[in-house]
Ligand binder design. Sequence first.
Ligand code: AMP
Length: 360
Amino acid sequence: MISMADISTILSRYDENDIKIATVCSHSALQIFHGARMEGFATIGISTARNRPYYESFPIAKPDIFIEIDDYKDILNKDIQEKLMKENAIIIPHGSFVEYIGADNILEYLLVPMFGNRLTLLWEGDRRRQRRWFDEAGIPTPKVYDSPFEVDRRVIVKLHGAKGGSRYFTASNRYDLESKLQKLGYREGYVIEEYIAGVRYYPHFFLSPLGRPNIPGIGYGSLELLGIDRRLEVIDEVYRGWPDVIEDYLDFTVTGNQPVVLREKLLIDLLEIAVRLVSTSRKLFHPGLVGPFCIETIYNPKRGFIVFEVSARIVAGTNLYTSGSPYSVFYYNEPMSTGRRIAREIKKAIKEDKLETIIY
Ligand code: AMP
């Protein structure tokens, strides 16, 4: 595994007056480039030849430099990595970046300095580890069943490797589950989770290790809530098929995002959960969460917020707020997207000579 010391050495060779922000042209790249430009950074887009002209078509968000690749895994090739390091590039990881290259490959082979703590990849990508993190933080989560025989209520089944809710399915009880598993031929490679009824909220946070403590329990650094979204999944539209239940609607695939705000008194609960996740992350994988992260929650009025996942990087839902959100205005008197916030943190770190605290 590439160590923090390796990255610090590479970073020490960088020209701090010419740092460039780089990412793969996908997911939230336009927001990242746009935000970086607003903070005065030059940008590098890693793109396929097919995507390049489309990214070039956005005059204010297009990257300044393109690096063309045939396959996203080529980023790990020596020549591409050297090119990026020669440009003093800092990579901003987003969902597609991690998915295309693979968390293990990033940990083993990516020498280019990356914003945030790459150890989080080990914790967010593994459901068991993630569960340990939540348990140690004392955060309510859906019950997980080791075997179908233990199931005593409605459950949702998540296949390993299924992305964005695709191929998830629900079962109303143990017998329904057994018959569905048999019909689909699944013997292993899935998680059986209690199905939580409630309203989903996906708050976007930013943890700045360089900021002044602004919230109880944070220890060091500051925590900002930069926005909240709700993912639009096919099943959300199931009512459109009524009075019949159309099978195709029973699908949790994420297809888009919608802005939401939370009843204000519930914000406190959410902020408390975020602080606990941050503190525990620091104990489990020092320096813990750094930069953007999103908590995936379902609010059930009897049980409060139940957390079913954390994404420890910029999430696509932040694309709703490229010019700020109903929450970012409480921290900034200017349009502040998560992409811009990342660039601002890098700028501050350069100024204070603390880049290695936010880059690994
Ligand atoms: P995920 O891939 O874990 O982000 O989940 C995709 C979608 O599945 C979520 O946005 C929810 O709609 C649904 N989901 C996941 N876990 C649960 C749960 N425990 N109870 C109810 N719905 C869930």
